[in-house]
Design a protein around this ligand. Structure first.
Ligand SMILES: Nc1ncnc2c1ncn2[C@@H]1O[C@H](COP(=O)(O)OP(=O)(O)OP(=O)(O)O)[C@@H](O)[C@H]1O
Length: 259
């Protein structure tokens, strides 16, 4: 068993290169002078390779800001962000754009699919934009795992919400990113479809070796992750391994969140 797991990990490492992401004393300040707001305060956190990490915390804690900084969508005020072994602050704008396109996958609450494109063309869009084409075998694997084989010629309007979300996830996975960021991916979905999306993220980690970081308000969703990072007032206040919905809920209540 150990050997099979090691072999799978080795194959995944080879496919992706060692991945994951981390921050070192990352701070983010919006505004200047009297108007300055320190939204992230020396946050050091790791999103380990091949693991599923949830980010939780009260509204305004800085979850989205953290995710945007780690994904290279927003610049740090101080401190470092690493995706794999690449420090984002050391990159030119052009190199950062390339890293985002090739090394990072995004799943947003709104699926952000292009209505005029088929599912297949939506999935391969990041590669079309980069002027590359998907690895055929990997594309087929992602489509099989996400059960999209029958839907590839459909346009988004011809797909259910859950199917659209699966296309968005396939698009995030097809470039074999170092890390996939999901910002409340179940927020707009009914509970059955939401559960399906969480299962897909879990399978992406377990079966494809993907690294995933997900912001959520839902303790049940967070409990599907390997670990939960709790953020409050711009600081990491706890990291919980092997979370359960009850433990996550208790911890959130301890942070003054009664939602
Ligand atoms: N561009 C900005 N300019 C100024 N303040 C900002 C900006 N973006 C976010 N903030 C502030 O930073 C704080 C953290 O916001 P952020 O969206 O990261 O929190 P969050 O934990 O994701 O919250 P929620 O759970 O409500 O989505 C908030 O007080 C917000 O008002």
């Amino acid at each position: 068993m150990a050997n099979a797991a090691q072999a799978r990990q080795a194959t995944n490492d080879e496919k992706r290169g060692r991945g994951g992401a981390k921050t070192v004393r990352l701070s983010k300040v919006y505004g200047t002078g009297d108007m300055a707001v320190r939204v992230l305060d020396e946050v050091s956190v790791e999103f380990p390779d091949g693991r599923f990490t949830a980010i939780m915390g009260p509204s305004g804690a800085g979850k989205s800001t953290l995710m945007h900084c780690v994904a290279g969508l927003d610049a740090a005020t101080s401190g470092q962000v690493y995706v794999g072994d690449q420090e984002l602050g050391a990159l030119s704008d052009r190199a950062l754009t390339r890293l985002r396109r090739e090394r990072i996958g995004f799943v947003f609450q709104a699926f952000n699919l292009l209505p005029t494109l088929t599912a297949r063309d939506n999935i391969t869009l990041p590669m079309t934009l980069a002027g590359t084409s998907p690895d055929r075998e990997w594309f087929d694997t992602v489509v099989r795992v996400l059960k999209l084989g029958e839907r590839l010629t459909h346009r988004p309007s011809e797909l259910s919400g859950g199917q659209q979300q699966r296309v968005a996830l396939a698009r995030a996975l097809v470039t074999r990113p170092r890390i996939v960021f999901a910002d409340e991916p179940t927020g707009n979905l009914d509970s059955r479809t939401g559960a399906e999306v969480l299962t897909l993220l879990r399978e992406a980690v377990d079966d494809l070796g993907q690294t995933v970081a997900m912001v959520t308000h839902d303790p049940v969703a967070a409990a599907r992750a390997d670990a939960v990072v709790f953020l409050a007032d711009g600081r990491i206040v706890d990291v919980m391994d092997a979370p359960t919905p009850d433990r996550v809920l208790d911890r959130m209540r301890g942070l003054g969140d009664h939602s």
